[in-house]
Design a protein around this ligand. Sequence first.
Ligand code: GLC
Length: 634
Amino acid sequence: MARKATTTGLSEAQLFDLRWARGRRDLIGPLTRLYGASHDTEVLLARLRDLLDSHWQARPADLRASDLARDIDPDWFLSEQMVAYVFYIDKFAGTLADIPARIPYLRDLGVTYAHLMPCLMPRPGASDGGYAVMDYRAINPALGTMDDFAATTAALRGAGISTCIDMVLNHTAKEHDWAMRARAGDPFYQQFYLMFDDDTLPRRYEATLPEVFPDQAPGSFTHYPDIGKWVWTTFNEYQWDLNWANPEVFLAIVDTILHLANKGVDIFRLDAVAFMWKKMGTDCQNLPQVHDIIQALVQATRVAAPGIIHKAEAIVGPHQLVPYLGKGAHAGKVAKLAYHNSLMVQFWSSLAARDTRLMTHVLRSHFPEGFDHACFATYIRCHDDIGWAITPEDAAHVPPMTGPGHRTFLADFYNGSFPGSFARGADFQTNAETGDRRTNGSFASLAGLEQALAEDDAAATDLAIARILMGHALIASFGGIPLIYMGDEIGLLNDHSYLADPARADDGRWMHRPAMDWKAVKSLAKGKSPAARLHAGTRAILAARKATPQLAGHVPTRIVDFGNPALFIFERRAEDRTLTCLFNFTETNQRVTPWGLKLDPARHYADLLTGAPLGLTDGLITLPPYGCLWLRPD
Ligand code: GLC
């Protein structure tokens, strides 16, 4: 029998008022702290409310329906069903209009969240991979139109896939309309940026500022003789930092986010958030005001588009990272997702060292077991380089390791120069002052597949495949949403073709941004190629994740210090059962006793990755080279 139609009796306007009342409570504090000294908070709130109301009124009906569903189930993104896939539209599909044809591939892999890498209108020529946006309200014409974009998000939504896009908050391209007006002398827009008449203040700031791109874009300021100004440019010269101390910037960005939310975006990746607030005498990263800005953005945009969530991109040390998922007064009120940069670094560190002690120490002592209505985005590779964020204090826990020594080892190991290394990566942005080097390279090339194939070494190929699958199993189980970077499910290798493109040649990160190999995908079913083995393995890992409620994002992750440096182990307990996940970071068999893992002798265990009952040899559990087990009692 059809259910009787019901109505809440609330008008859409009343719904908005309720959401505004909820949001307002968490907006007053941040807005007063950020702007209260120079602006009347009530006046600002009134302007904000009008802005939100106009976007709410323009919000399409299907998105309002999803708003309601997510308001009722605000932890929707914590589900173990969530699996993310990150891709460049041109390299994965061609254009936006070509994405729907690739949906079956995504669904087959288990994807429920698609991160479309930068697709808003970039400046012409070099654009930092699209992170220098010239117009936030237009799509890169090489990829399609805004109508194509809305149609694509709708097609993805129809297939149960949420859309994530990049929202670059720290800077705009110098060709953005705001910057052009500032450059032309408009005082209102000059306040949108950080402009100085001479270099006195820039020099004083620079005394404590680290450089992001010391090779390709040294310094953090650029002098423009034509306008007689110094402009704050943390990244490249053509990326002008926004002045977040100006509430007009806050309002303009809220306006932009909601405009895009109404085109069907579900998740906004807030790019380079750590840099948004500047203070003399500091490194101008992760300042407390950054968390106020994020809380204000999240709470404001949630009023007019409650279905959206935000992911903070802050590639920072553990102590600075935790607050991005909400700490103290911000708990539960800031971004729902943040990249787990430490997990990524520690994966590579343990793999090179064949030693998990640093990993166990860092992940156990610097992170809580879970967060309030928030979780990590777990990943092994992304489009950026790897920065070896190993502190001297952490290194000291594993004597005789030192911070600089281990960082040098990792850079050497992954550029392939360390004797016996299996990796084929490359150095990136050597910092002359500190000697630090970052690393580029695709997952497969860093994990040994490129070298093994070049040497036609079947045993080394097996090991490389096992390393890659171990990485996928780690991010699928550690806690949070796993992000599969396009091509890592089939082991795409480094691609050096970027060197022929003058707009890209000076940025080595392009080596790990290859095009999707659809030819390899076509022949997956046929055989035993590395791509086929990796694809089948990744697919099985993701399917196992989805069948395991212990892997939902709200379930705490308890890291076990087991005392065997070859192994990384954690437990996730939910629904009265503990899931124990084990990873062998060496190329030798490792044996563990069931009692050492505190397995219940009275119960039968299975490995959820294979579905097979746990087998013992001489009473011991065996993990093969780079093997993983997800053990759970029945
Ligand atoms: C983020 C992006 C990176 C870009 C930077 C500046 O870190 O991931 O690719 O270079 O922001 O926008």
